[in-house]
Design a protein around this ligand. Structure first.
Ligand code: CP
Length: 312
């Protein structure tokens, strides 16, 4: 595998999920695979789970790990070809990506959107810039439009807790005071399209995600109707996609409550704002899978790093 940039880079979702669940029983089974190999984790944005779980995954495989908070500590990068760099940028992605590639065998990138310019965000200039100019494989640790490591962890969690041949899974929008990206919802949707499940997305009218991603998915604007008899409810805020990056709705009627959840399992990628996105009773109750999802981040990263190491 050259790069892991989107859910589409998962060669076989069921096989990778099975392999991850097996690996979880014996995380050090391949501890020699990464000997004398280095992964470099570049963070342009904050993280808790992605940073620590990817580091842990690499360590389980015997890799060395280098981490840089590029957003605070790196030079400001230029991404335009032919740019006259007489303003704020100090280093071109062409040099930066090639230089980083000399120090490691895999480079992993976290780079969020600025949610101001849809075309610019969808061009994924940081992730795709590294993929274009790096001479080593690139892993997406959440980009402007996708968070495939999270989606793979979510697929592992679903497999571990599902008791039905065709579960009902609902992706439910939630209110949030800040403008958040679409990456988690996009990748979860892409992942669910690979599952044998009844999948429904529910959100207020006007909060449609990228139609290229939701194409073929059932969308229900009535949250109560969508949640009826659900087995799993994945709650996530995203900012408006059409009026790009705006927060046009903070309706707390969309907050997930124990009453709305019913008997379903609750999922969220974390971090989560308590009593805005979801009420305490849900997070503190035994139907919540959020800690399991976070645990599975290690094994989604470990499967991806393992696949790449095996292909080097
Ligand atoms: N879910 C997730 O990616 O968490 P972090 O932003 O803390 O890495």
């Amino acid at each position: 595998m050259k790069h892991f940039l989107t859910v589409n880079d998962i060669e076989s979702l069921p096989d990778w999920v099975d392999e991850a669940i097996t690996l979880k029983q014996n995380p050090y089974q391949f501890e020699d695979l990464g000997k004398h190999k280095t992964v470099c984790l570049l963070f342009f944005n904050n993280s808790l789970r992605t940073r620590l779980s990817t580091q842990k995954a690499a360590m389980n495989l015997g890799m060395e790990v280098m981490i840089m908070n590029f957003g605070n500590e790196g030079w400001i990068l230029e991404y335009q070809d032919g740019a006259i760099m007489d303003q704020g940028t100090s280093e071109h992605i062409k040099e930066a990506a090639q230089v980083v590639s000399q120090y490691c065998d895999i480079v992993a990138i976290r780079a969020f959107p600025d949610l101001k310019d849809k075309a610019k965000d969808e061009a994924e200039e940081v992730l795709n810039g590294f993929a274009k100019y790096a001479s080593v494989p690139v892993v997406n640790m959440e980009s402007s439009t996708g968070h495939p490591l999270q989606a793979l962890a979510d697929a592992i969690t679903l497999a571990e807790h599902n008791k039905k041949s065709r579960p009902k899974v609902v992706l439910s929008w939630a209110p949030h005071p800040k403008a958040l990206p679409h990456a988690v919802a996009n990748s979860f949707t892409q992942m669910m399209k690979l599952q044998d499940a009844e999948f429904i997305i529910t959100h207020p009218k006007g909060y449609e995600l990228n139609p290229n991603i939701t194409k073929g998915c059932q969308i229900e604007y009535d949250q109560d109707k969508a949640l009826k008899d659900a087995d799993f409810v994945y709650v996530k805020n995203w900012s408006n996609y059409n009026d790009y990056g705006k927060v046009l709705n903070q309706d707390l009627n969309w907050t997930m409550t124990q009453q709305k959840l019913g008997q379903a399992k609750f999922m969220h990628c974390l971090p989560v704002r308590r009593n805005v996105v979801v009420e305490d009773a849900v997070l503190d109750g035994n139907q919540s899978l959020v800690i399991n999802q976070a645990q599975n981040r290690t094994f989604s990263a470990q499967i991806v790093l393992k696949k790449i190491l095996e292909s080097l």
